[in-house]
Design a protein around this ligand. Structure first.
Ligand SMILES: Cc1cc2nc3c(=O)[nH]c(=O)nc-3n(C[C@H](O)[C@H](O)[C@H](O)COP(=O)(O)O)c2cc1C
Length: 177
């Protein structure tokens, strides 16, 4: 089983990059292989920009998505919704890459908790025929959410991450039959 992480922050050295590391480590402990798309090393052009339809990074991104069995999306909340980096990444995926595959969702907020970004990503994942786990994680007050060693400080959030990782791997196994 291959699980692909997609980060809504350009830089993986970010809160969302760290959340992907945490969740994918848990999935690996359950036997999954994992990979994260690195926008810094392999940026995706805006959909429709000149030359974008033949872009090599786009082809590699779509091939990796096709080979993946499941996805984890992690996006910062920007102005009440997912980041442009996340929306553009999802705009490069169609149901032929993602249909019938499981998605789990995470978001970070500078301020208080909100489900906006999670709900908006859930709609986009539905549009590309993904099955989204009911478990989801929003990390509020992100600047103070992590220990200096990179662990989440909140026990409740750590538990939610573990439940979501288990749900993602279990659901993917069930759907693969
Ligand atoms: C353009 C922009 C818009 C933002 N809008 C919101 C917002 O609507 N709500 C909020 O709580 N934080 C907002 N923030 C703060 C980000 O959510 C926060 O910096 C981010 O979650 C940190 O994650 P990162 O380290 O992965 O970038 C915004 C930040 C930027 C740059």
């Amino acid at each position: 089983m291959l699980i692909m992480g997609i980060c809504g922050s350009y830089d993986l050295d970010s809160a969302n990059g760290r959340l992907l590391e945490i969740i994918l480590e848990e999935c690996e402990e359950m036997g999954a292989d994992t990979v994260v798309w690195d926008h810094g090393a392999n940026p995706l052009p805006l959909v429709g920009a000149e030359g974008s339809w033949d872009n090599e990074n786009v082809k590699a991104f779509q091939e990796l998505a096709t080979s993946a069995d499941a996805f984890v999306l992690s996006s910062p909340e920007y102005h009440g919704t997912m980041s442009g980096v996340m929306k553009n990444s999802l705009d490069w995926l169609y149901s032929k890459h993602t249909s019938g595959k499981v998605f789990s969702l995470m978001s970070t907020l500078g301020g208080k908790a909100s489900n906006n970004t999670l709900n908006h990503m859930r709609i986009a994942a539905r549009w590309i025929h993904g099955w989204v786990t009911p478990e989801q994680v929003a990390v509020p007050n992100v600047k103070t959410a992590f220990h200096e060693d990179g662990a989440l400080l909140s026990e409740e959030l750590r538990e939610r991450m573990s439940s979501m990782a288990k749900s993602l791997v279990d659901s993917t196994q069930k759907l693969r039959g």
